[in-house]
Write a protein that binds this ligand. Structure first.
Ligand SMILES: Nc1ncnc2c1ncn2[C@@H]1O[C@H](COP(=O)(O)OP(=O)(O)OP(=O)(O)O)[C@@H](O)[C@H]1O
Length: 242
């Protein structure tokens, strides 16, 4: 998929949200889109998914099947999760019954399949959003903040799901404002800032620095390091020696 000199704005007189984006996502490639809040990450993903159209330029070489998982799954619909997913499978020309059961088991929401979407928690609705994007193997999977709103058990599944799409030759575009990029080793990084999007140079090598802080200071330290652009690999308890 290619962004070819893509410009986008939300209204004819509005300022440009994105300007002159020129980037390519190869088959089998994953790119993580990072940038400050409101910089245009979701906008870029929606242009990739074809949900928004560029004001100028073009998005080309899109695969036939695109799975798009929005940041917030629109759950205000009068269907159960199962009925909604069956409709989504039918749109893709599939029966879907077995796949829906399999995904529901994998993401631990078998008990919610027959619950109306409007009654689901945000996390469960996000799972339905994730499954609808995977019912037909996507050539491009677009995940908007996939770690947000999901429970810890399901968050752990995201890298495996990404790896499965990539292994089939699909590409994946993921936005990330929490700095969770370390969960996707090998992913390219795209940075959105001041309306421009640039692919980061791949770092030649890295060093791992161990650091100890008082337990009470850990959340603040993690958040400050992340906002300074550092990757947090692990946070573990250290039992004091007697
Ligand atoms: N539907 C819309 N109409 C008008 N402006 C919008 C719309 N959606 C987003 N914007 C504006 O476009 C800019 C980019 O928004 P976008 O949601 O793409 O940013 P983001 O980087 O994904 O933000 P966040 O990290 O907070 O999710 C913001 O200034 C936002 O207010």
């Amino acid at each position: 998929m290619r962004f070819q000199d893509v410009w986008f704005r939300y209204g004819r007189r509005a300022p440009w949200t994105l300007r002159g984006v020129d980037l390519t996502l190869q088959p089998g490639e994953t790119a993580v889109v990072a940038g400050p809040n409101g910089s245009g990450k979701s906008t870029l993903l929606q242009l990739a998914a074809g949900v928004l159209r560029p004001g100028r330029g073009a998005v080309t070489d899109r695969p036939a099947v695109i799975g798009w998982v929005p940041e917030r799954f629109p759950a205000d619909q009068p269907f159960t999760a199962r009925t909604h997913l069956k409709h989504m499978a039918a749109i893709r020309g599939r029966d879907g019954t077995a796949d829906i059961e399999r995904w529901a088991r994998r993401l631990h929401f078998e008990n919610f399949l027959d619950v109306r979407l409007s009654r689901l928690s945000k996390g469960s609705a996000q799972k339905v959003g994730l499954v609808q994007a995977l019912l037909a193997p996507p050539g491009l999977l677009v995940l908007d903040e996939p770690w947000e709103g999901l429970d810890a058990q399901t968050r752990e599944q995201v890298p495996a799901i990404v790896a499965e799409v990539v292994a089939r030759g699909g590409s994946v575009l993921v936005s990330d404002h929490l700095g969770e990029v370390a969960r996707l080793p090998g992913a390219s990084r795209w940075h959105v800032r001041d309306g421009e999007v640039h692919a980061a140079e791949r770092p030649a090598s890295k060093k791992v620095i161990e650091l100890a802080v008082d337990a009470a200071d850990a959340p603040d330290a993690v958040s400050r390091l992340r906002s300074a652009g550092f990757e947090i690999l692990t946070v573990r308890d250290e039992v004091p020696q007697p």
